[in-house]
Write a protein that binds this ligand. Structure first.
Ligand code: ADP
Ligand code: MG
Length: 694
C-alpha cells in the first residue's frame, strides 16, 4: 500500500496563476488553462509575419503584409455609410485604410503627418490598394520590426491576444522546461529538446517557412506531438501492467467440452477463427485477467469463438456471463448458445428486463447459487440484484455500445473480488477500430482480429437508388420474395424523437402492407416488448414472415441466412458504421444478396461522401478508416471517450510514424528508465493524474 502511494504522481496546483484576477482565471479556464504549464502548452493557431516591411506598391497580392507610411489625409466619410478613411503614403504608392467601426480618438491619432505601421491583407479596389480594419500602430522614433513571427493563439471573448502573449511569455520564463527525455533518445529520433521546441513555437524566427509551422511539420511541432503520444502510450501501458498484476482464475484448457463442440460444428473454423481461439485459450489459462477485444467484420464468425471461450470456463467449473446491448441481439445469442450447447448437456439461463417476475426470480437464483453456468442477457445483467456464485468470464458483445462504467459493472460481478481476483473479459466488436485508434486509445486492451470471412459467402451488391425510383425497388422486393427469398425493409432513422421513430415505423409497415398484399409482412421496432420482438424475429427466421419491416434495432447481430435483400430508406441520414452493420444482415447465406440504399435529395456534402464510401467499400476496416477521416476520433470513440483524454496536438492520420515511435519508446522507458517515464507522465497528464491512479 505504502509503495503504491509513493508511486502515485501528484502535481501540486500551480500557485503562479493565483495572482490573476478572478475574471481572467475564468476566461483562461474556458481555454482549458488552469496552471502555468497549461500556458506553455497553449500553442499558436497560426502566426502573423510582421518581421518584414513591404513597400506599398510591392506588397504581396495574397496574404497579409506589413507596410509603413505617413498619413496624408484622414477623414470621416458618410457615403455609402459612416466610416473612417485614412490615406497612407510611403513614396512607392498610396494605401487606403478603411475603418467601419472606430473611436473618435482614432481620428485624432491618425492625423496628417503621423507615421503608421499597418498589418493586414491588401485588396486592390477601384480606388487603388486598400486595407480594411488593419491592425496598426503609430511609429515613434526608431522602431525595429518584430524579430520573430507573431503568434496568434486560440482565444476567447474578453481575452486579448496581447494578454495571452504576455501571460505565456511569463510562463515560459517561470516554468521548468527541463527535458523529460534522455538526450540520446532525442538524437535518435531527430527531435529537438522540449525547451527549444516550445520556445520556437511561441516565438519562431522569421527564416522558418510558415508552411512548416502551419502544417505542423516542423521538428518543434513533431516534438510536442511525440511527447503527447508518448504520454498516452505510457499511461496505457501502465494500465496494462496493472492488469497483469491483478489476479484471475486460471482456466485451464481441459478440452472436454470445447473438443466436443468443435467436432459437432457443421463447419470448420477458418484460419482466423482458429488463431483467435488459440489466443483466447492461452489468455484464459493465465492467472491474471484477460482483457481482449475480439474484432471482426460483420459475419466473420465471432460468436463461435465466444462459445468456445465460454466452454473453457465451464470446463473449469466456473460461470460465464454474456451481455449484449439489445434485447434482439441478446436473445439471438441465447438461442445460438442454447442450440450449440444443448447437445452437450448444458443449460443456458436467459436474463433480461422483459422477463416476468417469477421467471426473473428463478434466473437470479440460478445465477446466484451457481446452478446456471452460462447466463446470457442485456443490461439487466449488471443490475444491483444480480449476483453470481463464481463468475470467471464476462463476454460483452458490441462492446462500444456500452459505456466504460457498464463494462466495469459487469466485471465487478466477478467472484471473490475481496481476494483481488477479477473475471476475464472478452469484448467483441463488429465495428472495426482503425489501426491507429487501436494503437492509441485502445492500447490497454489486447486485440485479436478475425480478418477472414467463412468460405462460400457471395458478396453483397450495393445499389444507390434515388427516392424517385421507388417503384423499381418495390418490384425488386416483390420478385425476390416471390422467388422464395426474404427481405428486410429498414425504416428511416428519426434521431430526434423516439415517438416519431415509432410512428414512422408503424406508418411504413402500414404502407408496405397495402403495397404488398401478396406477401406476409412483419414488424420489429425498439418499443416492442422483448417477447413480441422475439416472436417476430422467430417468425422471420422460420420463413413465416417474408418481408420484415424494421427500425435500426436489427442493426446488430441478427443472422437470417435466407434473407438476401435489404432496402434502407433515407440511407443518407445514417452513419457509416450503422450502414455497414445493416448491410451485414444480408449476404449471410450462399445466395447472392443485394442492399439497396434509398436516398432523398438534397444531400449534404457529408452525406454524399458517406454514401460514396459505403458504395465503394465492403471491408469494414476500410470503412472505419474513412469514418475516422470524416468524423475524427472524438466522435468515433463514443462512450469510451469519457474515460480517455483526447489528443490535442497529434493527428492519428498524419502522425502515424510518431505513434509507432512513441509506442516503442514507451516500452523502452518503462523497462529501462522508469524515472524518466514518471517525469514525462507528470508533465503531460499531471492535471489529469486520476488516469494514473492505481
Ligand atoms: P459475427 O462475427 O458478425 O458475430 P456470427 O458469429 O454471427 O458473425 O457468424 C455469422 C454466421 O456465420 C453464422 O451463421 C455462423 O454460424 C456462421 N459461421 C461462423 N463461422 C463459420 C465458419 N468457419 N464456416 C462457415 N460458417 C460459419
Ligand atoms: Mg455477432
Amino acid at each position: 500500500m505504502a509503495r503504491a502511494r509513493s508511486e502515485r504522481i501528484v502535481i501540486a496546483p500551480d500557485p503562479s496563476l493565483s495572482g490573476l484576477s478572478r475574471s481572467l482565471l475564468a476566461r483562461l479556464a474556458k481555454l482549458g488553462i488552469a496552471t502555468k504549464f497549461d500556458l506553455v502548452l497553449h500553442l499558436p493557431l497560426r502566426y502573423d509575419d510582421e518581421t518584414r516591411l513591404y513597400p506599398i506598391s510591392h506588397a504581396p497580392a495574397s496574404g497579409p503584409a506589413l507596410v509603413e507610411g505617413t498619413v496624408v489625409e484622414c477623414d470621416i466619410k458618410y457615403r455609402p455609410r459612416r466610416q473612417l478613411i485614412c490615406y497612407l503614403e510611403d513614396g512607392s504608392g498610396v494605401l487606403t485604410l478603411r475603418f467601419l467601426n472606430f473611436y473618435m480618438s482614432q481620428v485624432k491619432q491618425l492625423s496628417a503627418g503621423t507615421r503608421v505601421r499597418a498589418y493586414g491583407e491588401i485588396r486592390h479596389g477601384f480606388h487603388g490598394p486598400e486595407m480594411v480594419h488593419p491592425r496598426y500602430r503609430v511609429v515613434l522614433g526608431d522602431m525595429p520590426v518584430a524579430a520573430a513571427l507573431t503568434p496568434v493563439y486560440p482565444a476567447t471573448a474578453g481575452l486579448a491576444q496581447d494578454t495571452l502573449r504576455h501571460l505565456i511569455a511569463r510562463a515560459l520564463n517561470d516554468c521548468d522546461l527541463t527535458d523529460t527525455l534522455p538526450p540520446a533518445l532525442l538524437g535518435q529520433l531527430s527531435l529537438p529538446s522540449f525547451r527549444d521546441a516550445v520556445l520556437l513555437l511561441h516565438n519562431p524566427p522569421p527564416q522558418i517557412p510558415q508552411s512548416e509551422l502551419q502544417e505542423r511539420r516542423h521538428p518543434a511541432w513533431r516534438r510536442v506531438k511525440f511527447d503527447e503520444l508518448l504520454a498516452q502510450q505510457l499511461s496505457m501501458r501502465l494500465h496494462h501492467e496493472r492488469r497483469r498484476s491483478a489476479g484471475a482464475p486460471a482456466l485451464r484448457p481441459r478440452q472436454e467440452l470445447t473438443r466436443v463442440l468443435l467436432a459437432r460444428l457443421p463447419f470448420e473454423l477458418t484460419r482466423a477463427q482458429r488463431k483467435a481461439w488459440r489466443e483466447i485459450e492461452r489468455d484464459l489459462s493465465a492467472p491474471h485477467p484477460m482483457q481482449r477485444l475480439l474484432q471482426g467484420d460483420v459475419g466473420s464468425g465471432k460468436t463461435v469463438v465466444a462459445v468456445l471461450a465460454a466452454l473453457q470456463c465451464v470446463e473449469n467449473g466456473r460461470q460465464v456471463a454474456v451481455m449484449a446491448p439489445t434485447e434482439i441481439l441478446a436473445e439471438q445469442h441465447y438461442r445460438k448458445f442454447a442450440s450449440w450447447l444443448a447437445p452437450l448437456g448444458l443449460e443456458i439461463v436467459w436474463l433480461s428486463g422483459s422477463l416476468g417476475r417469477k421467471e426473473k426470480r428463478a434466473a437470479l437464483a440460478a445465477a446466484a447459487q451457481g446452478a446456471a453456468r452460462i447466463v446470457v442477457g442485456t443490461h439487466a445483467l449488471i443490475e444491483e440484484e444480480v449476483g453470481f456464485a463464481d463468475l470467471a468470464l464476462a463476454i460483452v458483445d458490441e462492446q462500444h455500445r456500452f459505456g466504460v462504467h457498464q463494462r466495469l459493472a459487469l466485471r465487478l460481478k466477478g467472484s471473490r473480488p475481496n481476494q483481488g481476483a477479477q473475471p476475464h473479459q472478452l469484448m467483441m466488436s463488429a465495428t472495426p477500430i482503425p489501426r491507429t485508434l487501436a494503437m492509441s486509445y485502445y492500447a490497454d486492451l489486447d486485440v485479436t482480429t478475425i480478418d477472414e470471412m467463412p468460405p462460400g459467402r457471395a458478396p453483397v451488391t450495393t445499389k444507390l437508388i434515388s427516392e424517385a425510383r421507388r417503384a423499381e425497388v418495390i418490384q425488386r422486393v416483390r420478385d425476390a420474395c416471390m422467388a422464395g427469398s426474404q427481405a428486410y425493409w429498414v425504416c428511416p432513422l428519426i434521431e430526434e424523437s423516439e415517438a416519431l421513430q415509432l410512428k414512422t415505423a408503424l406508418e411504413t409497415h402500414a404502407v408496405l402492407t397495402a403495397t404488398f398484399p401478396e406477401l406476409r409482412l412483419g414488424l420489429v421496432h425498439g418499443r416492442m416488448k422483448g417477447g413480441e420482438k422475439g416472436r417476430a424475429m422467430e417468425a422471420f427466421r422460420s420463413g413465416e414472415i417474408q418481408l420484415l419491416v424494421a427500425t435500426t434495432v436489427i442493426e446488430v447481430g441478427v443472422d437470417v441466412p435466407n434473407a438476401t435483400l435489404m432496402v434502407i430508406e433515407h440511407a443518407e441520414r445514417m452513419g457509416l458504421a450503422q450502414l455497414h452493420q445493416l448491410r451485414g444482415r444480408v449476404g449471410r447465406g450462399a445466395g447472392e444478396s443485394i442492399c439497396i440504399l434509398l436516398y432523398a435529395h438534397p444531400l449534404t456534402a457529408m452525406a454524399r461522401e458517406r454514401l460514396k464510401v459505403i458504395y465503394e467499400n465492403r471491408d469494414g476496416f476500410e470503412i472505419a478508416r474513412h469514418d475516422l477521416l470524416l468524423r475524427g476520433p472524438g466522435e468515433m470513440l463514443g462512450a469510451r471517450q469519457s474515460g480517455v483524454p483526447l489528443l490535442r496536438f497529434a493527428d492519428l492520420n498524419a502522425d502515424l510514424d510518431l505513434l509507432d515511435a512513441a509506442r516503442a519508446v514507451a516500452q523502452e522507458l518503462l523497462r529501462d528508465q522508469p524515472p524518466a517515464a514518471r517525469r514525462h507522465l507528470a508533465r503531460w497528464l499531471g492535471a489529469r493524474h486520476e488516469y494514473l491512479k492505481v
